[in-house]
Design a protein around this ligand. Structure first.
Ligand code: SF4
Ligand code: SF4
Length: 512
């Protein structure tokens, strides 16, 4: 497929926006590796699914890569020590979340030696059974590094039961300000391609396509050089348009095929993984190395040395900023702190929050980057509707949410919203549309949990009532049987007595 085709397909991808990308100069600065900080604060939930359970105690000495959190449930992921040292606390730490609420985590005081625990390496991953690859990836706690943090082993192993024909590698990195994938491809292209080849083997897919937006020429060149000689893997250049990184849009542009509404990519034989995840999979399978660090983009006008840094998981965002020269003195100070990109990232009240597996960026933005003014009233211009890549009516959904009518908002397709932020980006009244949608989705999820709980209680209550009724019925039946048996016995006894009496009388008569 030529680039023209892909442009035409992108034209069919309705909505979307073209925000200024703000990727340079951060993207062009050399990748740096941050040494372990004095302490790491490792949350026990860094993934979709239930929090992991701590399997170390305060005072324990741990090595880097040692498992400290055991997954709980099907879509939970293992957690590992990101430095060697001593566990000094297990309890609440500030969550990397807008609420600033605490989350359970493990604090490790580093010995600054970064001594690895014993790792299970493998010289030839292609000789491994696909299920064994899935096991190793799960052991290493690898999750999707594009932000979704879905456990990667589940997606890889899903291919064992499903018919996966095509592996798509999401290297589009469409969010403004972020360049961690771009930098990874420029500096570690061979590792990424090795990881993609391992993923191909694990999923059983016939081929892999790496989708990269055309605003990353250096990454495209590096990846093209790395895939030379790999007949089943190819690089596809795609138009720069947000949200090209959304799974469904990327699949549409690369294959011309649509994932059915409420369906999954696997329904059409496709599986999508992020390019950073491919490197993590390679490290897990070839070297047995758990996911204990990730590349993070430090960007925004307030950052003195914007760039990309490989950071141990659990490092405080403020320490990463300090490693990048701290805050610029010629600016008034940050107007907004974000973890992730400006479209889908999370605003946080402080940088005293840890970097987790899904943290692709730390943005310290000034007032000019944030934009002026508070939200005004909706002027019903329809811009949000035209920008929505899913074809929703954001103004109508937001109006229902504002009125507290989340059920009606759901009727307008709230569940299909991918929280891409295009609507809020174009809104001239600067209405925080996505925040409304997050709030409403949270309320609906809480209601669904409540309904499920009530349903469970109802089922248990009904089962208990049935059991009591059954017990009473069985008792009554048993009593009836016993009564009948004793009556029968009594009647038999009296018949025997009568018979005996009659016999005695006959005998007396014969004598007389
Ligand atoms: S873009 Fe903003 S102002 Fe315009 S219709 Fe949508 S919500 Fe209203
Ligand atoms: S955030 Fe939701 S409603 Fe807004 S543009 Fe994206 S998909 Fe549409």
């Amino acid at each position: 497929m030529g680039i023209l085709d892909r442009f035409l397909r992108a034209a069919h991808f309705s909505g979307g926006v073209h925000p200024d990308d703000h990727k340079r100069p951060a993207a062009d600065a050399p990748l740096r590796v941050m040494p372990p900080p004095a302490r790491v604060y490792v949350p026990l939930v860094q993934h979709i699914g239930s929090p992991a359970r701590a399997v170390v105690a305060v005072g324990d000495l741990v090595k880097m890569g040692q498992r400290i959190g055991e997954p709980q449930g099907a879509v939970s992921a293992a957690i590992h020590a990101s430095t060697s040292g001593r566990v000094v606390a297990i309890g609440d730490i500030v969550a990397p979340h807008p609420s600033g609420l605490p989350v359970r985590g493990i604090t490790i005081e580093s010995d600054c030696r970064d001594e690895w625990c014993e790792l299970e390496a493998c010289d030839d991953p292609f000789a491994l059974d696909p299920a064994e690859i899935g096991r190793r990836v799960a052991q290493a706690g690898v999750v999707g590094l594009g932000g979704a943090a879905f456990p990667s082993a589940v997606k890889l192993s899903g291919g064992l039961g499903a018919r996966v024909e095509l592996l798509i590698i999401n290297a589009s990195e469409c969010e403004p300000f972020l360049s961690c994938d771009d930098r990874l491809m420029r500096d570690r292209a061979a590792e990424a391609v090795d990881g993609i080849a391992i993923m191909l083997h694990a999923t059983g897919a016939r081929e892999a396509r790496i989708g990269i937006e055309d605003n990353k020429p250096e990454a495209i060149a590096a990846m093209r050089a790395a895939v030379a000689g790999q007949a089943r893997i190819r690089v596809e250049v795609i138009p720069t348009r947000y949200p090209m990184g959304s799974e469904k849009h990327l699949i549409l542009v690369l294959t011309g095929r649509e994932v059915p509404a409420e369906g999954r990519p696997s329904d059409i034989g496709v599986v999508v993984h992020n390019v950073g995840t491919a490197v993590a999979v390679r490290n897990a399978v070839r070297f047995g190395r758990p996911l204990v660090s990730r590349i993070v983009t430090l960007n925004g006008a307030c950052v003195r040395e914007p760039g990309n840094v490989e950071v141990p998981i659990g490092t405080l965002a403020g320490e990463v900023l300090a490693f990048c020269g701290g805050m610029r003195g010629d600016h008034d100070g940050p107007a907004r702190l974000l973890l992730g990109g400006p479209m889908t990232g999370m605003q946080v009240p402080t940088l005293e929050v840890p970097v987790i597996k899904g943290t692709g960026g730390i943005l310290v933005l000034d007032a000019a980057e944030v934009g002026e003014g508070d939200g005004g009233p909706c002027i019903r211009c329809g811009d949000c509707m035209r920008a929505c890549p899913v074809g929703l009516l954001p103004l109508e959904i937001a109006a229902r949410v504002r009125a507290g009518e989340v059920d009606k908002a759901a009727g307008f397709g709230l569940a299909d919203c991918i929280a891409c932020g295009c609507c809020a980006y174009v809104c001239p009244s600067r209405i925080p549309l996505v925040q409304y949608f997050h709030h409403a989705k949270g309320e609906l999820a809480a209601r669904a949990r409540g309904t499920q709980r009530n349903e469970t209680i109802r089922t248990l209550t009904r089962a208990k009532a049935d059991r009591i009724e059954r017990d009473e019925r069985e008792k009554a039946e048993a009593l009836a049987r016993r009564t009948a048996a004793s009556l029968a016995a009594a009647s038999e006894a009296s018949a025997a007595v009568e018979k005996a009496a009659a016999g005695t009388n006959e005998e007396s008569g014969a004598c007389a």
